[in-house]
Each structure stands twice: as C-alpha cells, then as structure tokens.
Design a protein around this ligand. Structure first.
Ligand SMILES: [Zn+2]
Length: 131
C-alpha cells in the first residue's frame, strides 16, 4: 500500500515542480499510462497463467487510484506560479517581469504603476535588438 502513496507523491511533486509547463502534464500522463499499463498487464498475465497476480481488492483500488492521481495531478499542473517566479527582472512591488524595460526613462511598472528603482546591475545577457 505504501507504494501507492510514494508513487502519487512522486507524480504530484513532478507536477508541482514543473507546473504550467508541458513537463508537468507529461509527468502526470506518464504516471497514468504506467498505472493503466500495469492494470492491463497484470490482467493479461493473470489470465494467461490462470493465477491472480494481484488480489481482487488491490486491483479494484487501482481504478480509483488512477482517477485520483490524474485529477489531482492535472489540477496541480495548472496552479498558477507565484508572481515574479522565473522573472529575469521582477518588479519589487508586484513581481511583474520588467525585462527589456530597464533602459526606459519612465521607470514605471506597467502592471502596478509604481516606480521601479532597480536598474538591474546584472543587465547583461542576450537581449533582442542589441545585436
Ligand atoms: Zn509592478
């Protein structure tokens, strides 16, 4: 039984870690396909050898487990990321990504309207139109 909890934890962690990216949806889908594959495979093998590999109760629990894994996994995958996470130059007030606006002389965040002071000392890196 512990393996179910561990399996769900791994899939949901991957969904949370890469949420809002295709990796999260791929991880949940892969987790689902693995369970469905296990259900089908143990069914076929049990039928072929005439002996139940997995008990009736465990087998019956696999379907609701797969449903729960998929529903919660896809839900986690669409949870929005906190503002500013992954932004190269986040506004210190709202987290809006100000990348590319460091050189504008207005110095006002277009998202919250507050002035931003940080002229990004690490303003290196590739920037479009700087070639
Ligand atoms: Zn802002």
């Amino acid at each position: 039984m512990m393996i179910f909890v561990l399996y769900a934890a791994i899939v949901w962690y991957a969904a949370a870690r890469w949420r809002r990216t295709w990796w999260a949806f791929s991880a949940v889908t892969a987790g689902l396909l693995l369970i469905i594959g296990f259900i089908l495979a143990q069914g076929w093998i049990s039928q072929a050898i005439g002996f139940r590999l997995v008990g009736v109760m465990v087998n019956g629990l696999l379907y609701p487990f797969a449903a729960l894994l998929g529903l919660v996994g896809y839900y986690i995958a669409v949870i929005p990321r906190p503002p500013g996470e992954g932004a190269q130059h986040p506004c210190e007030h709202c987290g809006y990504d100000l990348v590319g606006m460091e050189e504008t002389d207005r110095g006002v965040c277009p998202e919250c309207g507050k002035p931003f002071t940080n002229r990004s000392p690490s303003a290196g890196g590739p920037r479009p139109g700087n070639a």
